[in-house]
Design a protein around this ligand. Structure first.
Ligand code: GUN
Length: 292
């Protein structure tokens, strides 16, 4: 059976380090890191995520500011709020929760955030730094940064000689994840919905990262014996045997099968999920430290 990679525990260690860092920054400079989270509309899942981010920010000792805008907010109104937050020296981190309501374009909103305050690491300046191998001076997208920390817990800092396959090519996860693996010397394949014979490509992976948003798509016989499997999927599916309308969370990997073959695997929930918020806190402390 595979080693179960405990994301909750690793996230807890990151949060403890951030909380300590907040105390020492405040003692040295008087600055308290401040995170502004912007949410537009009423999507319940997004509100749950945002509430968790705000709660954790407070727990770390940050000032946590939440801007909840109505569904009907215009592009100009949203970008005007971002511009005010950019100009406010007391705000160190800005996060606009995605997805936005359909009438709003997310790219211009992300591009309107000052790169130094872009704690999501989605601005092209921050994405470009990762792409060019500068992992020091920008802000790295939270979920790939967290997934990478879990990979390094298993394999160490240097992934030389290891084949990595990333399933999914989103700007939010797949692309930055592939670039981080590459920066650590892994040999990387980025596979996606138009790739032929995904199963045989996956079977070659020493590190298999799944971020496709398809419940349990990766089967046990796609996994190379001894591989490290990082499951980024969070899919809500009906729970058989439970009452009508009840659901449970599953990843993009068929966990019970894959755990028989893998050397190490992240569970869902409790794997990559908790790392995202932890890395957001780390990025906010980083942004505040640079600004102080
Ligand atoms: N929606 C789902 N994940 C994320 C994330 O990491 N950042 C933002 N801004 N929105 C999200």
């Amino acid at each position: 059976m595979a080693t179960i990679i405990n994301g909750k525990e690793t996230a807890g260690a990151v949060i403890a380090a951030v909380t300590e860092g907040v105390g020492s920054l405040e003692r040295k400079t008087g600055v308290k890191p401040s995170l502004a989270v912007v949410i537009v509309g009423d999507d319940p899942a997004s509100h749950t995520y945002v509430a968790a981010k705000s709660k954790m920010a407070k727990q770390c000792g940050f000032n946590s500011i939440q801007h909840s805008l109505p569904e009907g907010t215009s592009q100009d109104e949203l970008e005007e709020l971002v511009s005010q937050l950019n100009a406010d020296p007391a705000v160190h981190g800005i996060l606009v929760q995605l997805p936005l309501p359909k009438h709003l374009k997310s790219v211009p909103v992300i591009e309107s955030i000052s790169p130094g305050k872009d704690v999501d690491g989605l601005h092209t300046v921050n994405a470009g730094k990762i792409a060019t191998g500068d992992l020091r001076t920008g802000l790295i997208s939270c979920t790939p940064a967290g997934a990478m920390l879990l990979v390094k817990k298993i394999h160490g800092e240097d992934l030389s000689g290891l084949n990595a396959v990333v399933l999914g090519r989103s700007n939010l996860f797949g692309k930055p994840m592939a670039l981080l693996l590459l920066a650590a010397n892994a040999t990387v394949i980025m596979a996606h919905s138009k790739t032929g014979d995904l199963a045989s490509i996956c079977r070659n992976a020493d590190i298999l990262v799944a971020a496709v948003g398809q419940p349990q798509m990766v089967k046990g016989d796609w996994v190379k014996p001894g591989a490290t499997v990082i499951d980024v999927g969070i899919n809500r599916v009906p729970a058989p045997g439970k009452c009508e309308g009840q659901s449970r969370l599953v990843g993009d990997v068929k966990y019970t099968e894959a755990a028989q073959v893998a050397g190490a695997i992240t569970p869902v929930p409790g794997g990559v999920g908790p790392m995202t918020i932890a890395m957001l806190m780390a990025n906010t402390l980083q942004a505040a430290t640079r600004a102080s």
